[in-house]
Write a protein that binds this ligand. Structure first.
Ligand code: SF4
Length: 102
């Protein structure tokens, strides 16, 4: 469970650079660098579709495949907060977890 700070402001779940999703999934099974991880929960906000109106959560469940990260415990994130980057992303691969540390 962690607070997610997120610069991907064009994601459906982003609200004031916080994440409103109840849980997210981070990819990067073989990642040795943050840029090789990605937030798989990203959904591009398209014009005309209403974005999530929920408030950002401070205790989001994070399932994470980046097992080489020091914060990874049994494919879950153990950090208290993380930073997801990827301004103007159009696919999950253009996002990454910048908190990744090996
Ligand atoms: S900090 Fe590490 S364990 Fe947590 S989501 Fe990012 S890559 Fe995964």
């Amino acid at each position: 469970m962690a607070q997610i700070n997120c610069t991907v402001t064009n994601c459906y779940f982003n609200n004031r650079q916080g994440c409103t999703a109840p849980s997210i999934e981070v990819d990067g099974k073989k990642a040795e660098k943050s840029r090789l991880t990605s937030c798989n929960t990203f959904i591009e906000q398209k014009p005309g579709i209403r974005s999530s109106v929920s408030e950002p959560k401070s205790d989001t469940e994070i399932k994470c495949e980046a097992v080489k990260c020091i914060y990874n415990k049994s494919e879950h994130c153990n950090a208290s907060d993380i930073l997801v980057n990827g301004r103007n992303a159009s696919v999950p691969e253009e996002t990454c977890c910048s908190t990744f540390r090996d």
